[in-house]
Design a protein around this ligand. Sequence first.
Ligand code: AMP
Length: 461
Amino acid sequence: MPFTKLGLTPNVLRGVQAMGYTDPTPIQLRAIPVILTGRDLIGSAQTGTGKTAAFALPILTKLGAHQAIGPRVIVLEPTRELAAQVETSFRDCGRFTDLRATVIHGGVGYGKQRSDLRSGMDIVVATVGRLMDFLNTGEIRLDALSILVLDEVDRMLDMGFLPDVKRIIQRCPKQRQTLFFSATVPPEIQAVASFALRDPARAEIGVARTVNQSVTHAVYPVAQAKKFDLLNALLERIDFDSVLIFSRTKHGADRIARRLKSAGHSVAVLHANRSQNQRIEALDGFKSGRYEVMVATDIAARGIDVAGISHVINYDVPKNPEDYVHRIGRTGRAQAVGDAFTLATPEEAGDVRDIERFIGQRIPQEKLEGFDYHAPATNPPRPQQQSHPRSGGQGQGRGQRQSQPQRSHPAQSRPAAHASQSAGGQSAPRPAAPAAPARPQPGPAAPRSGLTRGRWNPHRR
Ligand code: AMP
C-alpha cells in the first residue's frame, strides 16, 4: 500500500516525498492507520525500520495546524542524541506544516529551551530528567497534551528512568492517546504498559531478536593483547564509508580513539562522560564525514541514525545480547546494506554463544588473512605522545586518509582478507586460505563476507 492510501494529510505527504520515502516500511504500514484512529499502541520493531516516521507522520496529521496552547504531544526518549534525532524527524516530516517542535534535554543550559516552551510548541521531544525539571518548576504544563509517546522503553528501564516515567505519566491528562515503543516487553515494562495504556493495539514487526537481514556479520577470534592490532588491520583492509566502533566502557572508548588517531584516522568519540557540546560535535562531525570513525559506548549510540554507516565493529562483545542487535542495527539501516564485525577473545566466547542463542543463528567466524596473530602486540602510545603527524590532530576527513607507514599487510593479500571458517564453532582460527578473491555467494545459505562484498578499493594502497 502506498503512503497516499494511509490517510495522511497532503502537507504531511509532501514531507514524506521530500524525505525521499517511496514505500511505507512494515511498521509504518501497521502503525500509521492505528494511530490515526486514536487508539493506544504498543509497537515493537527493530531500530532502523522506520519506527520514528511510523509515529511522527500520523501525529503530524492528527495535530493539523499550529496552536499556541502548550504542547499537545510529548515524546519521551532515553538519550539526548535520540531526542535530538527524533525532533529532527518531526521537523523534516512536518516541513510543509506550520506545526512547531522543540527538543529539551540535559547537558545544556535552560535558557533556549525555556524560551521555546514559552513561545508555544505543538510537539516537545524530551529526555526524562529535563522534562521532570520543567514540570517541577511549572514551566511546562501538560493540560493541552493529547498524545504521549514513550519511545525505547526497554532502554529507559535499563537506565533506571522508569520511576520518573511513571511520575510523568501520572501528570498527563487521562484523556489522551499513548504510543509505547519497546524492543522487548519484559514484566517490568508490561507493568508500565498496563499502567499507561488503555486497550492498546499491538504492532510487532519482525522479532526484536533478529538482526537486520541486510547486514552481514562475522566474529573475529583474537587474543586480548592483539585486539587493537586486529582492529587496525581490519580498518586498513576494508574500504569503508564510515565505521562505528563500540566499546563496552567509556575509558575503553577513549583509549581506542587515542590509538586510532595515532594511526592516522579521523576519529570522533561518543560516550556519557563527554560534555553535550563534545557529543554534538562528535555526532555532527561523524554525520558530515569529517570523522570517518566514531568510537562509542552503547548508551550514547542507542538508536542514532547516521546514513551510510558501512561498518559496525564491536571491539568488545556486548554482555547483553540485545545490545548486539541494537549495535548491528546502526548499519544497514532502511534499505542500505552494512557489515558488522565482532572482535572476540577466548574469554568472550561464552558471550558470543549467548548472542547466537538470542538471535537464533550462528555468526560466521572469520580470520583476517595475512594478519600475524602470533606477533607481539604493538604498544599503545603513551597518553602524552603527540598524535600521528598526518592525523592533523583529529585526522583527515573521510576519503582523505593517507597511507600509513606501519601498515603490515602486503598489498597482494588484499583481495582475500580472510578465510571463512565453518559458521558457528568457537575454535581458534585456521591458517589463512590461499589468497584468491572470495566472491559473495548468492542466497542466505552462504553468508556473505563483510570484507569481500565489493568494498575493496584497489587504489587504497
Ligand atoms: P528509524 O527506525 O526511525 O530510526 O529510521 C531509520 C531510517 O529509515 C531513517 O534514516 C529514516 O529516515 C529512514 N526511513 C524511515 N521511513 C522510511 C521509508 N518509508 N523509506 C525509506 N527510508 C525510511
